[in-house]
Design a protein around this ligand. Structure first.
Ligand code: RFL
Length: 406
């Protein structure tokens, strides 16, 4: 593919944020070029998120990337909280009107790549961006591709390049402020080629630590075990993984089915927020600006929210309808980012056993879990936060016809 030397919006990164943004702007008639560091095969195989909020499903469907999702996604009415083997159902759909949708992030990415490629608009793989020059004037994006280097001039650059990308580091240190919490915890995540042993996702709080059973398809189970941030995958041979899962997920009358482990990784749990999410004509979206700990299952959903907000504002600004529309991008996003952060950090603290937890901490944590489960209002709030608010115009995002207002 020949890469143009000029576009209106340069998008760095073809993860969920970059791809959704490119499709939203294309639909609004705005030229974009997407530059992605890795190969198409690599991006489409990266196993990460799996729980989609209804707002995210609505955005994908509205864009035309929802057909396979509608056929293949697993929809659940709720999830199970297992506390030292005691089972509690949280009926999310009954309490919120919204189901939980399980569909792998790699499948979302595949569908979006196909949608983008069908438009014929440039999406270039193996084109790592090395520098974003002049972000407050007419930005120039410098990249490597096919053994050479190139420059892309644009009016706006959106860094959707994840936590380790170049976008955030382009904002001067005196402008950008960051806050971070590193938990003394990590998740060992595995993908096992076996039918899920439960009809809903299971979050288990156990004296040994957290474990979770989730699903990606009727034949693929996603499992997580709390481990230490400095653990390596080699520290966790199959036997140790299954033994920990059997113990932490154990409950009467139920058995965990084992299967071949086809993927494994260790993810340290951290929370991170950078602000502002805009600097001149450079915008940050998704993991480039914030990381939420994975127990909340919010990262991909937040990335989609960010770009829905941004696409609406950039469209208004670049078509001349409202040049100041982008001014409140950071403030609008930070409201939903901090709401998700609060939920994810609370769930992390509630369900995991920190390495230094003493008997007092452990008893307090159990007392909090039991108080939560005995209160209808508390369970309602848990269900609402897990299901996520539908994106609405008050929050600055699109609302699909017929969706409830908030
Ligand atoms: P991504 O997906 O990291 O994509 C960034 C893209 O940018 C490319 N890139 C560059 N391209 C060009 N030039 C450069 N210099 C570049 N540098 C980087 C990268 O190759 C990549 O393709 O960011 P994005 O789009 O913001 O999406 C964010 C989500 O990926 C992330 O928040 C979620 O995976 C988080 N997450 C979950 N989110 C949910 O909403 N629900 C979940 O159930 C959920 N579970 C999870 C998760 C994340 C996890 N880990 C592994 C961190 C479970 C886990 C274990």
């Amino acid at each position: 593919m020949t890469i143009p030397s000029r576009t209106r919006v340069a998008i760095v990164g073809a993860g969920p944020a970059g791809l959704v943004l490119s499709c939203l702007l294309h639909r609004a008639g705005i030229d974009t070029v997407v530059l992605e560091a890795r190969s198409r095969a690599h991006v489409a195989a990266r196993v990460r998120a799996g729980v989609l909020e209804q707002g995210t499903v609505d955005v994908l469907t509205e864009l035309g990337a929802g057909a396979r999702l509608a056929r293949e996604a697993m929809r659940h009415d709720g999830f199970e909280l297992r506390v030292d083997g005691e089972r509690h159902r949280v009926p999310v759909r009954a309490l919120t009107g919204r189901p939980l949708t399980f569909y792998g992030q790699q499948e979302v990415v595949k569908d979006l790549i196909e949608l983008r490629q069908a438009t014929g608009a440039p999406l270039v793989f193996e084109a790592p961006v090395e520098e974003i020059a002049d972000p407050t004037g007419e930005p120039v994006v410098r990249y490597r591709h096919a053994g050479g280097t190139g420059e892309l001039r644009c009016e706006v650059v959106v860094a959707c390049d994840g936590f380790h990308g170049v976008g955030r580091s382009t904002v001067p240190a005196g402008v950008l402020s960051t806050v971070e919490r590193r938990f003394p915890l990590a998740w060992l995540g595995v993908l096992a080629a076996v039918a899920p042993s439960s009809d809903v996702a299971v979050y288990a709080a156990h004296q040994d630590g957290f474990a979770m059973l989730s699903m990606r398809s009727p034949r693929l189970t996603r499992l997580y075990v709390q481990c230490r941030p400095d653990d390596r995958v080699e520290d966790w041979p199959d036997g140790r993984i299954w033994a920990a899962l059997h113990r932490r997920l154990a409950t009467d009358g139920w058995a965990l089915q084992e299967g071949p482990i086809v993927e494994r990784s260790v993810t340290p749990l951290r929370a991170f927020v950078a602000a502002p999410m805009q600097f001149g004509n450079l915008y940050l979206a998704g993991d480039a600006a914030h990381i939420v700990p994975p127990p909340g299952a919010k990262g991909l959903n937040l990335a989609v929210r960010d770009v829905v907000v941004l696409a609406e504002r950039l469209t208004a600004a670049l078509t001349g309808r409202d040049p100041a529309a982008v001014d409140d991008y950071t403030d609008t996003c930070l409201r939903h980012v901090w709401r998700a952060q609060q939920f994810a950090c609370w769930l992390t603290r509630l369900l995991h056993v920190p390495p230094n937890a003493d008997p007092f901490d452990r008893s307090l944590q159990r007392a909090e879990l039991r108080a939560l489960l005995s209160s209808h209002r508390a369970v309602q709030l848990l269900a609402e936060q897990h299901a996520g608010c539908p994106p609405d115009r008050a929050g600055g995002a699109v609302r699909t016809e017929g969706a409830p207002a908030a």
